[in-house]
Design a protein around this ligand. Structure first.
Ligand code: ASP
Ligand code: MG
Length: 484
């Protein structure tokens, strides 16, 4: 049975050339196949399938997009030079015909259910694993396609189905025992007990990888993607951000929540429970050892491992003398917000109980305010609650690290750094896990805040620079102004 799980995402298999790079990584491995591989759909395919299904359901023409999708896969097959394989050609024909008939039934229904969409989604992973398993066989790696719908059992919450772990684990173990060939597994897909196709959430292939890893008690899970690993800060905003070499599951989850989208937190759960280390590796740079995620990172002195951030969030604030000492207010606020299915990103309430604020995605601004106005209609009318305020164009920052528990003064350093940069902090939250200090600043300050914090915690260089200026003419004068 496989003792190691590898997963390659869409960007790692964008086209034939990329698939060959994956093969080059795989061919180095022993032919005993003590590992199994999960694949996503080819890059962009899942989103394109969704767009196709939507078009069909609105009775719009979709032939040209459908053709693009077919051509994308056929180009891949042609360039991987095994098109002569008759069986393969027949399989592709059958899959494309199935896809066409499914789309035309959506077209006639003039409606797209999440159940139908999951069925449409499944074509992406079915196609990618069919092509790759054939290519690998052609290159002498004895492999076979494993349709995860045969082993991953879920409920019928289409689009984001809940996995029945025990049933699934037993099925995976039974399926894999005694298999001699390399298993090429469809990511993202599952099925209900009744056999209906489900998906386990967008970007769910990572989750498929940890599910297989946990089922097989794997020693290791490798997630192959298009960057070196989890970064110490958003590289688009902080040029000298570094790849984090070691990180705990909890730290990885804390970072991922606030915008570092290398791995989706729920995907970690099966690995975390079975204590299986996960490595994030770069298909484009396989020599780099990437980021290793595991339970306990020993001998780590650093106070923080990374800073994550998310721009464009809004803050809702409810305040008023009538909130002080009144029980049940918080319950009312959050149940009215949750009824609107609005996700809350950060909460802060002062000891005075006079005000409470929470951060949300700005697309919910209107809904959130309306829900609260309705819920607190009586209190607003009677001046127990002042107006409900909304602040826009804000950014969320989270400074993360297990080390802050042992190193007092981390929050002092965070806020001193921001103070020295003259950046004002709109709201703060620190969970008692002492692993994460989160706060909100204005969008316009985010880049400077991240750079400042990154250099405070990650730069080891001497931070003092002495400048001597001899004689102040025009140029020297200008220089002084700039330095000032
Ligand atoms: N293909 C699916 C998606 O794009 C699953 C994955 O890529 O992990 O969401
Ligand atoms: Mg993907």
């Amino acid at each position: 049975m496989p003792t190691k799980i590898l997963k390659f995402g869409g960007s790692s298999i964008a086209n034939a050339e990329r698939i060959i790079s994956v093969y080059n990584i795989i061919k180095e491995k022993p032919k005993t196949y003590d590992y199994a591989i999960i694949f996503s759909a080819l890059k962009g395919v899942t989103s394109n399938l969704k767009a196709l299904a939507k078009k069909a359901s609105r009775k719009k023409k979709y032939d040209s997009e459908l053709n693009d999708l077919i051509v994308l896969h056929m180009d891949c097959v042609d360039q991987l030079s095994f098109i002569k394989n008759k069986k393969m050609e027949e399989s592709l024909d059958r899959i494309f015909n199935d896809l066409k008939s499914k789309l035309s039934s959506i077209y006639s229904k003039n409606h797209l259910s999440s159940k139908d969409l999951d069925k449409i989604f499944s074509f992406g992973e079915i196609l990618s694993t069919l092509i790759i398993s054939n290519y690998f066989n052609h290159k002498g790696i004895a492999s076979e396609q494993l349709d995860a719908r045969d082993v991953i059992v879920t409920d019928n919450n289409f689009g984001n189905a809940f996995v029945h772990y025990q049933r699934t684990y037993a099925k995976i173990r039974r399926y894999c025992s005694g298999k001699k060939r390399l298993q090429i597994i469809t990511g993202f897909l599952g099925a209900t007990l009744a056999g209906e196709t489900t998906t386990i959430g967008r970007n769910g292939s990572d989750y498929t990888a940890t599910i297989f890893g946990a089922a097989l008690n794997a020693k290791k899970i490798e997630i192959w993607t298009n960057i070196d690993g989890i970064k110490s800060a958003n590289p688009n905003l902080v040029e000298n951000s570094e790849t984090i070499s070691d990180i705990t599951y909890e730290e990885a989850m804390e970072l991922a929540h606030a915008g570092a989208d290398v791995i989706f937190p729920p995907s970690l759960i099966p690995a975390l429970y079975k204590n299986i280390p996960i490595s994030i590796r770069n298909t484009f740079n396989p020599k780099n050892s990437g980021t290793k995620i595991y339970k306990e990172v020993k001998n780590k002195e650093d106070a923080i491992v990374g800073i994550s951030s998310q721009s464009d969030i809004s803050l809702v604030r409810l305040q008023g003398a009538g909130l002080v000492g009144v029980k049940g207010t918080i319950g009312r606020i959050f149940s009215s917000i949750s009824k609107e299915k609005i996700n809350i990103r950060l909460i802060s309430m002062a000891f005075s109980e006079h005000s409470i604020c929470f951060a949300i995605n700005p697309k919910y601004n209107k809904k959130a305010i309306e829900a609260l106005k309705l819920e607190f209609e009586y209190e607003i009318k009677n001046k127990l609650v002042d107006q409900i305020l909304l602040e826009k164009n804000l950014s969320l920052v989270a400074v993360v690290g297990e080390g802050m528990r042992k190193n007092p003064g981390v929050s002092g350093r965070v806020f001193t750094t921001l103070g020295n940069l003259n950046i004002s902090i709109i709201a703060i939250a620190q969970g008692s896990s002492e692993r994460n200090i989160s706060f909100i600043v204005r969008n316009k300050d985010i880049s400077e805040a991240l750079k400042g914090l990154h250099s405070e915690f990650f730069d080891n260089q001497d931070k003092t620079t002495d400048v001597y200026l001899v004689g102040i003419g025009n140029i020297g004068g200008e220089l002084l102004k700039i330095i000032k």
